[in-house]
Ligand binder design. Structure first.
Ligand code: G1P
Length: 359
């Protein structure tokens, strides 16, 4: 099976983290967003992937390479300007013949197993297109699907309230070759983009069958700090307890935590779910719940909860601590005392916050 993975988005809502790398490579639950996505697609039987990337794609190409790490072959297509998802798909057209394929928005993270269920159902069906949807509270922020008697009768991108349906389009689609005519026939939307939602609505209006797979499981469009943190919580929640590093007798460890090899935990409290990366050093601190620490981090006399801390960060004497923070690689935060409670920091690579003269 082939899949087109759309990864050309700029990740503006995650700046400054996305100045140095695409949002698809930010870590959640100890792995890059894209690693989770490609593993899910591989589990669903995808063997050929077409990555649609923007003009600046060096880091994505380095990360995915030839795709063999996921048992796939990877090809690349460039979307020169952000002109919408239907336009992005058309950029991959040369790599796809008349076969049925999946399309996946590269920052979408879903409950494990949903992609496999959807792909199996779509490939076995006669539908010309199909998509995954989820009932949500705020459908106007998404594309929505209107269903009547189990059949998709209309699709609307970002409907004005009240939305005609609460079934939000999640960003995982299946298409047959009929989609190419639809993509070529639609006009730009009010936001100036060629919307894939409009292309699928075109199929419905021209008598084609459009299916839909309703999921009620986890879904995050990992494009904002809050969504990234919620994805981190979800994937950490899947962890089994495993302690490969050293935890001294003066420390307590509760819940599902993973302490990787080479990590040392001294006089500290670790509350799962929590991931302590390879060669981390934790002293006199409280970590968790819902914290992932990358490799070689040092946390001393601090508390960290609900946060993503990338490789080689140093957090020292931060009181009462960090909460809902995302630190890029090699960030240093020392001697921060928050008078209004824990600090929520969003800091890009190599940032240093420390007292003058100290560090
Ligand atoms: C896109 C789609 C929308 C879908 C959403 C899912 O919106 O156009 O239909 O519901 O992804 O994340 P965008 O993120 O481009 O606003």
């Amino acid at each position: 099976m082939k899949a087109v993975l759309l990864c050309a988005g700029e990740g503006t809502r995650l700046r400054p983290l996305t100045w140095s790398r695409p949002k698809h490579l930010l870590p959640v639950g100890g792995r890059a967003v894209l690693d989770w996505v490609l593993s899910d697609l591989a589990d669903a039987g995808v063997r050929d992937i077409v990555m649609v990337v923007g003009v600046e794609s060096r880091r994505l190409r380095e990360f995915v390479g030839d795709g063999s790490r996921w048992g796939m072959t990877a090809a690349y297509a460039v979307q020169p300007e952000p002109r919408g998802l239907a336009h992005a798909l058309s950029c991959a057209g040369d790599h796809l013949g008349d076969e049925r394929f999946l399309m996946y928005l590269g920052d979408d993270l879903l409950n494990r197993g949903v992609v496999t269920e959807f792909a199996d159902g779509f490939m076995a069906s006669q539908a010309d297109a199909s998509l995954v949807v989820k009932p949500v509270q705020d459908p106007s922020a998404f594309g929505v699907v209107v269903m009547e008697d189990g059949v998709v009768t209309r699709l609307v991108e970002k409907p004005k309230p009240p939305a005609p349906s609460d079934l939000a389009i999640v960003g995982v689609y299946g298409f047959g070759p009929e989609i190419w005519e639809a993509v070529d026939s639609i006009e730009p939307s009010a936001r100036g983009e060629l919307e894939i939602t409009d292309a699928i609505d075109y199929l419905v209006r021209h008598g084609h069958t459009v299916g839909c797979h309703v999921t009620d499981g986890f879904w995050a469009d990992a494009g904002s700090p809050q969504a990234l943190l919620s994805a981190n919580r979800y994937f950490l929640g899947l962890l089994d307890r495993r302690i490969d590093g050293d935890v001294d007798g003066a420390s307590t460890v509760t819940g599902d935590i993973h302490v990787a090899a080479g990590a040392r935990v001294t006089r500290s409290e670790i509350v799962g779910p929590c991931l302590i990366g390879t060669d981390c050093v934790i002293e006199d601190s409280r970590i968790g719940p819902n914290v992932s620490l990358g490799a070689e981090c040092t946390v001393t006399r601090s508390a960290v909860e609900e946060s993503i801390i990338d490789d080689k960060c140093r957090v020292e004497r931060v009181r009462p601590g960090l909460r809902e923070s995302i630190l890029g690689p090699e960030v240093t935060v020392c001697d921060v005392v928050g008078s209004a409670g824990p600090s929520a920091l969003l800091l890009a690579d190599y940032t240093v916050i420390a007292p003058a003269g100290g560090e």
